[in-house]
Design a protein around this ligand. Sequence first.
Ligand SMILES: Cc1ncc(COP(=O)(O)O)c(C=O)c1O
Length: 412
Amino acid sequence: MAYLNDHYLKLKAGYLFPEIARRVRAFTEANPDAARRLIRCGIGDVTEPLPQAVVQALHRAVDEMAIRESFKGYGPEQGYDWLRHAIAQHDFRDRGIDIADDEVFVSDGSKCDCGNILDILGHQNRLAISDPVYPVYVDTNVMAGHTGEADAHGAYAGITYLPCTPANGFIPEPPQGAVDVIYLCSPNNPTGAAASRAQLEAWVNYALQHRAIILFDAAYEAYIQDPSLPHSIYEIPGARECAIEFRSFSKSGGFTGVRCALTVVPKSLRAAGADGEMRPLHPLWLRRMTTKFNGVSYLVQRAAEALYSADGRSQVAALVSHYMGNAQVLREGATQAGLKVYGGTNAPYIWVATPPGVTSWAAFDRILGTANVVITPGSGFGSMGEGYFRISSFNSRANAVEVAARLQSLRW
Ligand SMILES: Cc1ncc(COP(=O)(O)O)c(C=O)c1O
């Protein structure tokens, strides 16, 4: 008899986005006219086409693959040297951050990396995860058997939840007690908050003191506008000894459908073996990548490399400023509609408090039914997300302007 992984049975049934899709489908089937004016600001997927530099690099790479002399088969599992170099140089060393080329691992997405990293971490680690949060951090730990059952609010036993509220600016403080693995995401999905240097320093100091590891998700670092905010955890002294950083080209280069990301594992990062001896994690991640992964396609890595060319960089900046322009339009629209608005200044997400007494899902239904706009209910990101909803600014400018206008028509 074969057994299944019982931990999967602990996962809460309706994952957020399927439930949103179900409600939108039911609404549009019942209201075909409203369906035609539907605008989606729910799932955080990009809408604008790939930068021209990327398109040209893809064409060139296809041509290379078409002839024997330049054809490429399997590449290095951890990424081609030229892409690892471009990343380490432009994203880190040019910003004064000490990261070597071979500390960068190229992958097909940050979502996978956030889950896969658990392969090299012990099952006994005590976890701290912010609430609300990108659901992948929690669910991958549930799948790996690192939690108990969920309670009525969806909180899993065995996780230290770090509440993110207006009182702490949606950036959690380190807990009183000891934890071993901490998930931080800045700029944040879903709240749009971005951690200051002092806030990250507090976390790095905590991690060093407790010999903990910070899993730092910087998928939205390209959206930081405030020059005082750190783009990388490695801007903080000591982070090379206590942090792994995830980055993605999904939202910077519009790569959600192309698929390319990276994880930085510094060689100086160590964790304890069962015997208590501190050992480096870099060889374990290298081993994991070379054993379970066969690399990102040559075409996609050439596309990612093009993001670092002079043209690519200015085209990425234009994409980011397009979405951040939408964020400003949406922020103003929601504020004018009398709503309390957070985020959207260093991140492409706007986090909106529902009016008193209105739950996140009630707000979702009201906004869908009245304004024909799809948003994301905050409670889907964790129990502290109740009483909020997220508006994504990944859209055309015309749609952002239209959504801002329609928010004015809402009567709660
Ligand atoms: C916080 C965060 N991390 C990671 C990802 C996933 O990125 P990728 O497309 O590289 O898998 C997302 C995507 O929405 C995200 O919001």
